[in-house]
Design a binder for this molecule. Sequence first.
Ligand code: NAD
Length: 267
Amino acid sequence: MARLEGYSALVTGGGKGIGRAVVDRFVAEGARVGVLVRSQSDADTLLAEHGAFVAPIIGDVRNWEDNVKAVQTVVERFGKLDTLIPNAGVYDFSDPFESIDGADMAEKYRQLFDVNVLGYLLAARAGIDALRASEGSIVFTLSSSSFYPGGGGTLYVSSKHALVGTIKQLAFELAPEIRVNAVAPGGTRTGLGGLPGDDRALEEIEGFDAMVAKTVPLGFLSEPEDHAGLYVTLASRADSRFITSEIIRSDGGLEVRGGGRRRKGSK
Ligand SMILES: NC(=O)c1ccc[n+]([C@@H]2O[C@H](COP(=O)([O-])OP(=O)(O)OC[C@H]3O[C@@H](n4cnc5c(N)ncnc54)[C@H](O)[C@@H]3O)[C@@H](O)[C@H]2O)c1
């Protein structure tokens, strides 16, 4: 049985990567999904695949009006908003802190935090009224960098740690009508990009696969689809109505990486 029949959702940065896998899975589970994307080509691809089940909105998560428009579009097209998924993000490719010139720090900080933190705050603020009306929930995309160093640089890791506090405070303030939870993926094969002018993409980094596989106890680099069902569980009132302020880690077991050798027979 479809687990999200009758639900409507909004995913930011849902044109590619983890967000796109969540859109695909939500549609497969019976939901209608608004998707805030950056480009017409992402919008066209979504419409070609999912037709009337999706409503792409072209915009920028750093912009308040675009977030409002995205929420309004979902409510107008699908009647309500049950699940908001702030997900759009950018990466710093683990650039060492000392490689950032002090004079450039404020600019780089703004570029990264404006997407990774402000973008989440604006989406949440724009969604509150509709989510309160539906007694819905927010499911943020966090990261293993919300808990551990080494998977990003100082700017990225700080931004993802900041979101832990965001979730706790919002879960506290918005209860009991709105639940606020998150999924925290570890290394995932996507084209996650950088700040303006940086054309690197995560999946193109040489050795990224092998590096993640070697680091995590479960021994492989995850795919976006590996995380998507967890968003369904946190969105579903049937499956998680007593859960708020929870962060589900989908990171191959970083918590138990330990210092010793893996068990015989592990990959
Ligand atoms: N790939 C990983 O290893 C990994 C691990 C943990 C967490 N994450 C997080 O997952 C989320 C999704 O990233 P992904 O890995 O799927 O990468 P991705 O690049 O495939 O997806 C990110 C999406 O955000 C969009 N985006 C970026 N800036 C935007 C803006 N200003 N306005 C609107 N959209 C914007 C991009 O267009 C893209 O579609 C991010 O928050 C990222 O930090 C990724």
